[in-house]
Design a binder for this molecule. Structure first.
Ligand SMILES: N[C@@H](CCC(=O)N[C@@H](CS)C(=O)NCC(=O)O)C(=O)O
Length: 214
């Protein structure tokens, strides 16, 4: 058995953060497939009582530890591996600030928007999609501005804040119905920099469950 196990599925950008971090730090890990779409596994009482009471992926298993919330998982792995760790207290707080912004305003809107467009049956109501798209444009604009003249979000090296925020942005443009990279130039260059790190892999190659059965 690998040192780490990760409950995940390919379409989950939240799980991708943890999978990408595990790969980038060279950890020995294996995915534990959660069949979210066909079986709604995260909604079952069994999953909630034995894996995660919050009914979510990702969940990282490391020995006796079972960690959820991607920001917690990233912090744990950074502290253990000393990789992608912000350098000092100010940077740690800054990383946390961006991770919370991501969870609430970047992936917090992009995730439901993509889900309602791509996977929900029936798809989301146009008014809801339009509301979310407005919020996404605003949040991505803030991120793009932050990256203006910077290689990474904090300091000169990539940290867990970068690995959190990139997570939804490598999924295909068709899934969002708009092309993030062509609309936000600083984000596009930053995505290329993270993609060039040794160990980077696309979410659909890193986690099980893609493509979805027709
Ligand atoms: N803030 C959480 C979000 C986790 C999350 O929402 N995961 C989704 C998959 S992308 C999930 O498991 N949803 C199941 C549900 O809400 O029923 C994190 O960063 O880990």
């Amino acid at each position: 058995m690998a040192e780490y196990q990760l409950y995940c599925f390919a379409q989950s950008g939240n799980a991708y953060r943890a999978a990408l971090m595990l790969n980038l730090i060279g950890a020995a890990w294996e995915p534990l497939f959660v069949d979210y779409f066909a079986k709604g596994v995260t909604r079952t009482p069994e999953y909630r009582s034995t894996v995660n009471e919050m009914g979510e992926v990702p969940v990282l298993v490391h020995g006796d530890k079972k960690l959820s919330q991607s920001g917690v998982i990233l912090t744990y792995l950074a502290e253990r591996s000393k990789k992608f760790l912000p350098r000092n207290e100010d940077d740690r707080l800054e990383a946390l600030r961006w991770i919370i912004f991501d969870n609430q305003k970047v992936n917090g809107f992009l995730g439901p928007f993509r889900f309602l467009r791509m996977f929900a049956k029936p798809p989301g109501h146009p008014v809801v999609l339009e509301f979310l798209k407005g919020r996404i444009d605003n949040s991505l604009g803030i991120l793009d501005k932050r990256l203006n003249g910077r290689r990474y979000l904090i300091g000169s090296e990539p940290t867990i804040a970068d690995l959190s925020l990139v997570a939804y942005l490598y999924y295909p443009a068709e899934e969002f119905g708009f092309d993030i990279a062509s609309q936000f130039k600083n984000i596009a260059a930053w995505l290329d920099r993270i993609k060039a790190l040794p160990g980077w892999a696309h979410p659909y190659d890193l986690m099980p469950g893609h493509p979805l059965p027709k």
